[in-house]
Design a protein around this ligand. Sequence first.
Ligand code: FAD
Length: 501
Amino acid sequence: IADTHMNETNRDGIAHGSSTEKRPAEARRIQANSGSQLRKPLCSLLPASMPSPSLRLAVVGAGAAGLAAARELRREGHAPVVFERAAAVGGTWLYASPAPAAAADPLGAAATHSSLYASLRTNLPREVMGFLDFPFTAARGSVVDARRFPGHQEVLRYLEDFTQRFDLYGLVRFQTEVVGVRREAGGRWAVTSRKLGEKGEQDEELYDAVVVCNGHYSEPRVASIPGDLYFPTLTGADAWPGKQMHSHNYRVPEPFLDQVVIVIGASASAVDISRDIASVAKEVHIADRSAPTSTCEQQPEYDNMWLHSMIDHAQGDGTVVFQDGSSIKADVIMHCTGYLYDFPFLGDDSTITVDDNCVDPLYKHVFPIEVAPDLSFIGVPWKVIPFPLFELQSKWVAGILSGRIKLPSKDEMMEDVKAIYSRLETRGWPKRYTHNFSGGYQFEYDDWLAEQCGHPPIEEWRKLMYAANAKNKAARPERYRDEWDDDGLVALANEDFKKYF
Ligand code: FAD
């Protein structure tokens, strides 16, 4: 690793050539209540030379978001402790065979966190997907799967490299689940955690602030909301004799050999899973809520896959009837209907509510206004490039916690949240799209965060490549991961990455 990267990593508080964690002196455990005294009033940008006040922080989760947060918080001089339920880093990217519980409750969250299936390859090109200053490039030393859209194992390797490179392992308490987060009278936060396995002992500790990075692709949402155009009730589904499962519990196609499978949904997972299953199934029928009522189209390049409008109802004789009146006798309904935000460890004192996948009220999708900046959420937005967004949100949170970056008044923050809601209304989007960043908003948001942090905006090549990938995916849904037209942008990205190697 060349000098440029080394200079950068100095700010991570890591000794050159050493894997030993070395925190800034001020990042030691602090006295009770000192965090809030130091932090308030929030001052405007302080000179870079001034040491930032150190806070003891709890980070929930060691997926990509929690790792980015841990790195940025420590870089700012804070002392983060990362709680991770699993025995390893990676979150979503830790592929897991479904637990036995999944067989008993195939529509439920079961005991697995990850929703990955065995064949999963990334849906973003690696150049776009990686962290801003730690490129996810095939030129990295430990690359095994050098494809531009690699399999999920390669992403896990990349996150492990990130953890190693920035010496984050020492910050993580593995197999430790956060079961409660409570606001104490003095403004600090009592975090209750449970060591998994063994005796399952619980522990309660005080922190100055809590950063929630628990992901939002683990709690299945199932098609069952009455009167909802987006997720109509599957009338008769209770009496329907076939098997129903959620994509969260899908891993491999073999169990669907020679079966007739209905896939509900048209998201990235639905597209991948329907194709995966079509390789062995007798028939696959995709029910897409946005397809016109009369739709019944055989899918190009498949003789056993059709696209339909949404399901109208299911019957006790095994028949599933679509909105146009056509019907299929099916063995399986696969719900690729997305996930729910879920923060089971937060009590009412978090001051947020989660209704129809809207976490409310969150200033800039990060801070619950009433308790900002003591509680924050990294990674709530969707339809984004996740890793760079996690990185920028984490830098912003870290700077705000130290008082280096200023938050507006509560009234101003509330006005901003209201503006998000009125934008939703103008677009005619449902509440559950509150954190949906499609339509070009993500780069506006990323660049706003970057500006707040004194960081350069998202690279132009990344923006162009993201758009080129979306276009290529639409044009070549079957082959976009192996055929593309943006080699010029790849060359630009690789040139840009040289400064980090
Ligand atoms: P997670 O990765 O879910 O990590 C959350 C962590 O928190 C987990 O390790 C979990 O164990 C831990 N945790 C949760 N609750 C607790 C608790 N109470 N106590 C302690 N620990 C807890 N993104 C891309 O960039 N490219 C892709 O190609 C891509 N494909 C995807 C495909 C699928 C099927 C899915 C589901 C997602 C995909 N994503 C993709 C998005 C992916 O989720 C993000 O890239 C990213 O991994 C999310 O990171 P996270 O840290 O927010 O959440």
